[in-house]
Design a protein around this ligand. Structure first.
Ligand code: NI
Length: 159
């Protein structure tokens, strides 16, 4: 368990196409654990492997803080509708932009046992799926931004 360094926009690793995972080795399990730790530590809702410098088709997503999706070799097999809203990226801290995404997606992916599963996502989860899968092909949300990227002010954390 460790928090990894998040690569930021401008790092060429973020523009590369990632390779399929053929086997979940102990190193890949460790990578996934570290990606979860890194995402939660940064208060993010999703993180893709290239954001920690690893060019493999792995993403983690948790929009509820309850139960993360661990997606290996994920693919969108169906999409419909449209949502327009604010989107940011842990690789571009303090910024956000308006992006239109499908309102609904259906995906397949493999879990850590390399069992294939299918799930449906709507709203924020659908947006996160589209965003993270984009990272696996070297795409960043700024390619799709309508208007300008703007500064986001985060509320002070209370404890
Ligand atoms: Ni991102």
């Amino acid at each position: 368990m460790a928090i990894r360094n998040i690569r930021e926009f401008g790092d060429p690793v973020l523009n590369k196409v990632c390779k399929e995972v053929t086997e979940v080795t102990p190193r890949i399990r460790e990578l996934i654990e570290d990606m979860l730790d890194t995402m939660y530590a940064a208060n993010g809702v999703g993180l893709a492997a290239p954001q920690v410098g690893i060019l493999k088709r792995i993403a983690v997503i948790d929009t509820t803080g309850e139960d993360p999706y661990i997606l290996i070799n994920p693919r969108i097999i169906e999409e419909s509708g449209e949502q327009t809203g604010s989107e940011g990226c842990l690789s571009y801290p303090g910024k956000a932009g308006t992006v239109t995404r499908p309102e609904y997606v259906k995906c397949t992916a493999f879990d850590v046992e390399m069992k294939e599963f299918t799930f449906e996502a709507e709203g924020l989860l659908a947006r996160a799926v589209c965003h993270e899968l984009g990272h696996l092909d070297g795409h960043l949300y700024t390619e799709y931004v309508e208007g300008d990227v703007y500064e986001v002010k985060y509320a002070e954390e209370e404890d």
